[in-house]
Design a protein around this ligand. Structure first.
Ligand code: UDP
Length: 322
């Protein structure tokens, strides 16, 4: 039984992680400022005797010092996420992602606590390699395009985490999450599957940006949580970076059809030019596939839920809510 601190624990991934850790017998404390998290995400945890939560920012240094002190391990998930939010609130994204992680790592190093830092597949940027392996180059765009501030801020987080590991022996693991989906993810910040599902259920046009030939690989949140817990428990993973996701690839146009058909919807599929969807400075990525060999080698990870299963689960989730 361990005392676990989850930053960003009221978020979509964090709340699923909290539930999984409670189910395994851990004591779980969550800190979340509810900027993109939602207190309702913790409905399954709040009454649990081994659960505590703090609605506060990870920038609250004295509080964080106390929480890190009381924890055995820290899962650092708090971050400004979602492409839309990043484009709309670049100052908030950059500051939260850099300063917040700095605080977590500094405190963890001081107290000798193990940390898992969640990073992102965004970090590979415009690299056209398929699939992306952990030591591939980061190919980022110009600083005049806000999208890249997110990847850049997460790259700094990774550099800092690895530096703490090398210089001060901080036990740290980095997980680069690829597109993660599941119940409780909202479409509010632009994520495609919850958006398509809500559009399909409402009978509204399903908005495919660009020509829909761009592809993504979607992972179910339950698979991602399994990987995060597995990586945290594996001593050989310390000081290492891992891709975490699913390598089943689908084009966004096929995804739109899959969502529409699975939901039994008659929504039309509408192509929306990128300039209309975001703004003229936006750059979308053609393909993004994770190389999962490393995470498989270290913890035997294999995703269990396929794209069809993910879409079904998200449809069930939104149906139950209306
Ligand atoms: N997308 C889309 N329609 C939407 C929202 C997103 O076609 O309503 C596309 C988006 O342009 C991208 C893909 O779906 O090509 C995945 O977008 P998301 O924001 O979910 O993730 P990311 O771009 O970070 O991979």
């Amino acid at each position: 039984m361990a005392h676990v601190l989850i930053t960003g624990g009221a978020g979509f991934v964090g709340s699923h992680l909290a539930e999984a850790l409670l189910a395994q017998g851990d004591f779980v404390t969550v800190i979340d400022d509810l900027s993109t998290g939602n207190i309702a995400n913790l409905d399954g945890c709040r009454e649990h005797p081994r659960f505590r939560y703090h609605i506060a920012s990870i920038m609250d240094y004295p509080l964080m010092a106390e929480l890190v002190d009381r924890a055995d391990t820290v899962y650092h998930l708090a971050a400004a996420v979602g492409v839309r939010l990043i484009v709309e609130k670049p100052v908030h994204t950059i500051e939260t992602n850099i300063r917040g992680t700095e605080i977590v790592l500094q405190l963890a190093a001081r107290k000798g606590r193990k940390v898992l830092v969640t990073s992102t597949s965004e970090i590979y940027g415009k690299n056209t390699k398929v699939p992306f392996a952990e030591d591939d180059d980061l190919v980022l765009g110009s600083t005049s395009r806000p999208r890249w501030s997110y990847a850049c801020s997460k790259a700094i987080d990774e550099f800092l985490a690895l530096a703490y590991h090398r210089e001060q022996g901080l036990p740290v693991v980095i997980a680069r999450l690829f597109n993660t989906v599941g119940p409780r993810q909202t479409g509010q910040y632009g994520m495609v599957i919850p958006r398509f599902v809500q559009q399909a259920l409402a009978g509204d046009p399903i908005t495919v940006y660009g020509d829909g030939t761009q592809t993504r690989c979607f992972a179910d949140v339950s698979d991602v949580v399994t990987a995060l817990i597995g990586l945290m428990r594996e001593p050989r993973a310390e000081g290492e970076v891992f891709n975490v996701g699913n390598d089943q690839e689908i084009s966004i146009a096929d995804l739109a059809r899959l969502v529409r058909d699975t939901a039994g919807s008659h929504s039309e599929i509408a192509l929306v030019p990128f300039e209309k969807a975001y703004n003229k400075d936006f750059e979308d990525l053609a393909r993004r596939v994770p190389d999962l060999r490393k995470v498989r080698r270290f913890i035997g990870y294999k995703p269990q839920v396929d794209t069809e299963g993910i879409v079904r689960r998200v449809i069930e989730y939104f149906r139950a809510r209306v």
